[in-house]
Unconditional design. Structure first.
Ligand code: NAI
Length: 238
């Protein structure tokens, strides 16, 4: 694959960090962002950390403008940043809804909007949206999160139809339970309960997700678009 400039939101830890390291090691330039200031431990010159809150449109615009000035124009966008704020619906506060939808769904809109023009001009691009099994099967306590993630499927399909003729593919990846900070609140008993329902009998690793994304951005996946592909050990089959 050509060496590309890859933009990953939420790259300071978890799945985003795993993808950043993997793609930098493969020789791509990775612009990795996070809400807070951070550094990559891997001191590869291919890794560029940037502080960016993807819910703030002005910050997104300024960030992309400054990358363009440096001639660092991403051809691949991985919308990975996400948060949860779980609560049963009756107790869910407006703030829980707003924060989760604005990060997981509107953040994806903000970044895609800022980068799509250059992809159209270059007649090449890849957009990967990191969704969740929760958006496919629902999950009690996650009305906000599963709505935002389900919204990504509609976003993916509609945008894929609009830009396919220009060599741009848009796909979603729906992880199941992956060992990261996001699932670190689960104790051993809770994890054992979850694993019982997973045909492959284990939680996923960040590498499991990274390898699927690596395939979807590759030349070999150039005929795949508008899809939501699960990486969940068989937890949800549809
Ligand atoms: P994590 O909590 O370990 O990392 C999330 C990253 O997103 C961090 O770098 C954080 O700084 C960044 N982030 C959050 N809000 C942001 C904002 N407003 N602006 C910029 N960056 C922001 O999460 P994890 O587990 O690595 O998840 C990554 C993606 O995978 C998320 O979209 C999540 O919803 C999804 N996912 C994770 C699963 C899991 O089991 N860990 C399962 C299914 C989906």
């Amino acid at each position: 694959m050509n060496k590309e400039i890859i933009f990953i939101s939420g790259a300071s830890r978890g799945i985003g960090l795993s993808m950043a390291n993997y793609f930098a090691d493969a020789g791509h330039i990775v612009i990795g962002t996070s809400r807070n200031n951070f550094k990559f431990e891997n001191n590869s010159a291919n890794l560029i950390p940037i502080k960016l809150d993807i819910t703030c449109r002005d910050s997104v615009k300024n960030c992309i403008d400054s990358l363009k000035e440096k001639n660092l124009i991403p051809s691949i966008l991985i919308n990975n940043a996400g948060i949860t704020s779980d609560q049963l619906f009756l107790r869910m506060k407006d703030e829980d809804w707003d924060a989760v939808v604005s990060t997981n769904l509107t953040g994806t809109f903000n970044l895609s909007k800022a980068l799509i023009k250059n992809m159209l001009k270059n007649k090449f691009g890849r957009i990967i949206n990191i969704s969740s099994v929760s958006g496919l099967m629902g999950n009690p306590g996650q009305v906000n999160y599963s709505s935002a993630k389900a919204g990504l499927s509609g976003f993916t399909k509609s945008l894929a139809k609009e830009v396919g003729s220009r060599g741009i593919t848009v796909n979603s990846v729906a992880p199941g339970f992956i060992e990261t900070d996001m699932t670190s609140f689960l104790d051993c008993d809770a994890k054992n309960e979850i694993v019982k329902d997973i045909p492959l009998k284990r939680m996923g690793s960040t590498t499991d997700v990274t390898l699927l994304v690596a395939f979807l951005i590759s030349q070999e996946a150039s005929y795949i678009t508008g899809q939501t592909i699960s990486v969940d050990g068989g937890l949800y089959m549809y």
